[in-house]
Design a protein around this ligand. Sequence first.
Ligand code: TYD
Ligand code: MG
Length: 453
Amino acid sequence: MAKVLTKYVCQSCGYVSPRWVGKCPNCSEWNTFVEEAPSPIRLSKKPTGAASKIEPVPMDQLDREDVPRVRTNIEEFDRVLGGGLVPGSLILLGGDPGIGKSTLMMQVALQLGNQIVLYITGEESVRQIKLRAERLEASATKNILLLAETNLDLILDVIERGTPDLIIVDSIQTMYRPGLESAPGSVSQVRESTALLLRLAKTRGIPIFVIGHVTKEGMIAGPRVIEHMVDTVLQFEGEAHYSYRILRALKNRFGSTNEIGIFEMHETGLREVKNPSEAFLSERRYGTSGSTVVSSIEGTRPILIEVQALVTPTSYGMPQRNTTGFDYRRLSLLLAVLEKRVGLHLGGYDVFVNIAGGVKIDEPAVDLGIATSITSSLRDVPVDSSCVAVGEIGLGGEIRTIGNIEKRVQEAAKLGFKRIVIPQNNVKGLKANGEIQIVGVDRIEKAMEELLG
Ligand code: TYD
Ligand code: MG
């Protein structure tokens, strides 16, 4: 009898080892190896006789055809997908538990009107799904078919019998193929399940969404190993305590990965935020120190966001530095530049920085806004509230050139701001915009003068 060889598979990257090891030699993660039995079934047989019939196609014989897309009529969603759903595409939707993935998918299903959507759930009962739909104030429809099942072979049977226009699998980590011995959620199950769904999507031309949870390490658990198999990877993110949710495409074979969709979670589901700048600035208080409006590029869109800083004397121990929505190390760097170039003494102060609305910004163009907010709070002088500030700050205190300056200026002008402070080098070549005064600055000291007087 053949010896059954078990193998150990890293649950983080899929690396296979014959022995258990503590640290993965491939991805350096600890304690990620799980014993998995070798798969007793071959998932795809090698083509034998059929192989002689397949032919490559000369490229010029292919017509140029535009991919027909199905619009979901949720504009923010369609845009991230690159203009709608492509038939036969497999899309992974990742995100933290509780962020609203199931809600988003249900809203998409409800929007599709007379298309047949098969919603497969391994996480909730069909009643729970119905309750969610009721919460979304949608009337029950016969076009959404609910199936609470995790055995993919049975699910495939169901799909063979009817022809749905769209399939939603919630979530890939709960699905399993009975032929494989490892538990649902393990790398081999997730990978095989995805391979099966991929074949289904391609052969039947049905678009399929698979939902995947992100682990605490921030990567899509298991699904990290399927990112290369799917056509599109969408990430749904947001801060737990804020209602804004951002949908990003991390990979998209049918569109750009630059676009983002912004939603707000309400009692009755997700609502599109069509004018993010207005939404993010809606709670701004005028005349308080430590607040600056920056123009940040999210995807291809400029968004105006308020950055806040609070600088207070340290009452005991080490001064604290705390950030929300902004890189901590970048803050340390900006503080060092402010000490050295502007002469602020921050050694005896706690510094808190917060990007309003729970948004995360990682582009250096917000440096100037953050430095201004810090200086404003320390001196307790409010920043001119009709002014926007953008620019990257270099270690020498110079204000460095940034990209997309025209879009940023336009957005500020559109929202009625009177003045925008930008890097000096960005000024030339910029078309004068009658409504807004453009002020170029080359040094941080100069910028502080302009913004704080
Ligand atoms: P859910 O879609 O279940 O998250 P996920 O599938 O990503 O785990 O939504 C989770 C949260 O959203 C839940 O805490 C409740 C909240 N929620 C609302 O605030 N309003 C709503 O209309 C719905 C349906 C959910
Ligand atoms: Mg869910």
